[in-house]
Design a protein around this ligand. Structure first.
Ligand SMILES: C[S@@+](CC[C@H](N)C(=O)[O-])C[C@H]1O[C@@H](n2cnc3c(N)ncnc32)[C@H](O)[C@@H]1O
Length: 378
């Protein structure tokens, strides 16, 4: 199977597919359920061929410690079948693999791991996707919420929710210059680049749009670039991926640099996922979004927020509402492969997406002076 081709796993019973998607995304085994109503040979073949011998997962495997708990669980479940069926036997390769994991997988802190997320292109005439095909996004991620003093080394749920929204509204990004604030691991960047490459018809005079991935943390930016460039990701051949160090706090002190960057970048759409978490960062973040939307009246931002603290959300909405127009968008998660994976960190929390624009009264270019005065007041 070529990396660039859509992957296919069907026909496969849904419960087995679900285990495959969960294994790829390192969902703890306590959240998995083993299907008891599927014949042993079907389940066994699936675990052997589609999970253990899977070409992609051999190249980009889940961490050894995760595999250890997964294969222990799988062996117990498969062996329970064999007790009631004399002809059933667990393949030696499954035992051998499990035993090969036992040494060297006992570290206290969970090690970084490859994680593979699954998603599907929307079914439209521009994306002739088959019912049974799916795409992957693979990232090297931290397995803790904070590592090396940053939250940016893992993908947060708000990114998955925003990604699902973009998958359902690909026209927002596929011909647009995109800028992401607080990009973290690069998940959204990979998705946007994949959507752009799927529909792009670059000609001599029509370049591929730019995707600017920005973050304050240099380690995070390096990880982001490495993830975008992984050969298995559809984003890897995108010719216009840009990685830029951008600190929202610069909007308070080095505003001219940010202004000139935003006006040169000619960004059409600004994205941000899980970037509202610290009340102290709300004013600089709001000002950064404002500056990013300043050059063109048609620019728009989509910000996905995990509601951890109602007060912080209210503060953000009050502050941004003073200078920009915000509107919560309606989401539809039906059929999402991304969101069917049980979440481990923000499981119970709501994610909201806000569309942010300059609003009707500041859309006209003649209102530039008005914008400048708003800017001075932030
Ligand atoms: C919770 S993580 C979200 C990462 C990613 N968007 C996601 O959803 O997976 C917050 C991100 O904001 C970045 N960040 C924090 N403070 C920042 C600042 N002052 N300027 C720019 N980025 C910042 C962090 O480095 C981190 O990548």
């Amino acid at each position: 199977m070529q990396d660039s081709d859509a992957n296919r796993l069907f026909p496969t019973p849904e419960p087995l597919l679900s285990i495959f998607f969960c294994y790829s995304a390192l969902v703890p085994v306590k959240s998995l359920s083993f299907p008891s109503n599927i014949p042993f040979n079907v389940t066994h073949e699936f675990f052997l061929r589609e999970i253990l011998l899977n070409h992609h997962l051999k190249q980009y495997p889940p961490s050894e410690s995760y595999q250890q708990s997964f294969w222990k669980w799988a062996i117990i479940q498969l062996e329970s079948f064999t007790r009631s069926n004399e002809d059933a036997e667990v393949d030696e390769r499954i035992y051998a693999h499990y035993l090969s994991l036992r040494t060297g997988a006992c570290s206290e802190t969970p090690p970084n791991s490859f994680i593979t997320y699954h998603w599907r292109f929307p079914k439209t005439h521009r994306y002739p996707t088959e019912e049974d095909s799916y795409e992957t996004i693979t990232l090297l991620e931290s397995r803790t919420t904070i590592e090396a003093g940053t939250t940016g080394l893992r993908t947060w749920r708000a990114s998955l929710v925003l990604a699902q929204y973009l998958v359902q509204h690909p026209y927002l990004v596929n011909a647009s210059n995109v800028l992401e604030l607080g990009s973290g691991t690069g998940f959204i960047g990979i998705l946007v680049a994949s959507l752009q490459l799927q529909t792009a018809t670059p000609t001599v005079d029509r370049k591929m749009p730019s995707v600017y991935l920005t973050d304050v943390n240099s380690t995070v930016l390096v990880r982001c670039r490495n993830n975008v460039r992984l050969p298995c990701n559809k984003s890897s051949p995108h010719p216009n991926m840009q990685y830029k160090s951008l600190d929202w706090l610069d909007s308070l002190s080095g505003q001219e640099n940010l202004e000139s960057f935003f006006s040169e970048a000619k960004v059409d759409i600004v994205l941000g996922a899980d970037i509202v978490f610290d009340p102290a960062l709300v004013p600089p973040l709001v000002k950064t979004i404002f500056l990013a939307l300043l050059p063109e009246p048609t620019q728009v931002a989509f910000i996905a927020l995990t509601v951890r603290n109602e007060e912080t959300l209210r503060y953000f909405l009050d502050e941004i509402g003073k200078v920009l127009q915000t509107e919560e968008v309606t989401r539809n998660n039906a059929g999402s492969l991304l969101l069917q994976i049980p979440d481990q960190v923000d499981a119970e929390l709501e994610v909201k997406i806000f569309k942010v624009t300059r609003g009707r009264d500041t859309q006209s270019p003649t209102n530039c002076e008005e914008l400048r005065s708003i800017l001075r007041s932030i």
